[in-house]
Design a protein around this ligand. Sequence first.
Ligand code: NDP
Ligand code: OXD
Length: 311
Amino acid sequence: MSRTRLLFAGADEYLATFEAAARSLPQIDLVAYQPGQDLAGIQYLLMWRPVPGLAAAMRDLKAIFCFGAGVDRLLASSDIPAQIPIVRMVEPGLTRGMSEYVLWQALRHHRRIWELEEAQAEGRWAPHWYPAAWERPVGILGLGELGIATGEKLLEFGFPVRGWSRQRKQHADIESFAGPEELPAFLRDLEILICLLPLTEATRGILNAGLFSGLKPGASLINVGRGQHLVEADLLEALASGQLLAASLDVFAKEPLPADHPFWRHPRIFMSPHNASDTDPAGGLGEIARQIGRSLTGQPLEHVADRARGY
Ligand code: NDP
Ligand code: OXD
């Protein structure tokens, strides 16, 4: 079987694991990108952050596979030719990791784990009250691949789950709200809000004071979408006023988060360094190999980002 070259233009620290995963795929020849290399004949590119000028320099390029689910950086790149499809990552490891992270944080907010940690640090025996999960409505902004799977995980633990998307979803157990006009009804009485939206012009800054004021006072926020969804000053203000009780943030407007940023020392903000979920190298490459197989046999690629929609 002839092997198809896939140019890897990701961060160096991921190269070895992707090379190891590629060894079990007989149809893929993973080629590490080196500036100045001969790109003739390479049809597929795997990239996360855009490498300036690379896509335009690959004259045989047929598709770009994004390392992650969010293609905002690639879509914002002005030097990727408009006719080249950009494929979002959809693979089980990434999906499972996200639902695991959100469940972990939702349970943290549900049980107010920080109160126990503070009591333990002070040597205080402090039993505390928390409601049943089914009394805690959870809302997910973005009911796509990750939002649905995460909602289903939360349902397993008894939380009532509702979701918000552009198009209404038909789901037996997740109440679906659609479009800006249904956003207030979606937010009403929510106690835990999760952001799993893509970053687009319509969603930038959506996590702001106006939106927080639509939640139940004392609600919690989990932002795993993009840092630019959040108006940071509004979060600090909502935490100070008690409109929000706590937040879990995995993504930030500036990454890495600057050392002097107030989030680092805020007692009610839990942070992780943008790895709520990562693409599993074997699962991700297996998915890319499947899609390349489709492309080579003239079938349409799946999960192609829609440039007009922005995701
Ligand atoms: P999908 O494209 O599958 O889902 C996106 C969802 O957002 C869809 O339900 C879509 O609505 C909805 N949406 C988009 N724009 C709007 C809008 N203007 N109003 C209402 N709803 C909107 O994406 P994924 O679920 O795969 O990924 C979501 C995001 O999660 C990624 O873009 C990325 O930013 C983030 N992510 C973060 C990770 C991390 O480690 N922190 C890891 C992976 C992803 P509709 O269904 O109607 O199209
Ligand atoms: C992604 C991410 O979009 O990791 O996949 O943020």
